[in-house]
Design a protein around this ligand. Sequence first.
Ligand code: CA
Length: 228
Amino acid sequence: MRVLVVEDEEKLASLLRRGLRRAGMAVDVARDGDGALTRATSTDYDVILLDVMLPGRDGIELCRMLRERDVWSPTLMLTALGEVDDRVRGLDAGADDYLTKPFSFEELLARIRALTRRPVGPRSAILSVDDLRLDPAARRAWRGEVELALTAREFALFEAFMRRPGEVLSRFDLLEHAWDESYENRSNVIEVYVGYLRDKVDRPFGRNSLETVRGAGYRLRQEEQVIA
Ligand code: CA
């Protein structure tokens, strides 16, 4: 297993390097964002340990840049104790987990094991299907460069489609993902809301992305099937 440690504090960086090597891992260290970017885009690391507090661009910005460059190595952020905001921003930037300093080495190893058990692949914090994009954290959505003004309910329904592009979703699937148990008990609620969505997502752009699949449900059409 090959690990990239991004940490500017000399002492902690060499402590991590020594400990991880003793645990049988190959370890590279980057001391700043630029060094990390160069290494992570040229080597397919199994895990990246990313300190938030770095000189120049911080670990959160760096994480976002890595994901934008299609680097999907499982990433564990190292944050200062009590910095809830850093942890939230880090996860929303595409980090997979975090550990607050000071941490025990045993816990670090356990988290690395847990991270490397997950399948690796694009896990962008932003969902995108053709020219549609949806940011679940910021609760914003776009068609191309145009931001879509969606109500909370329309957003939830749109997110259900964006999470499963190209799949036929039944009315039940959509209700299950976009409505809670207190949903308006109207049999045509999905038809009504899909109609609202089409008025905002498709019609103004002359598009027909939200298809009706007769007798089965609805599908967000995916123009380009990209196999990663
Ligand atoms: Ca640091």
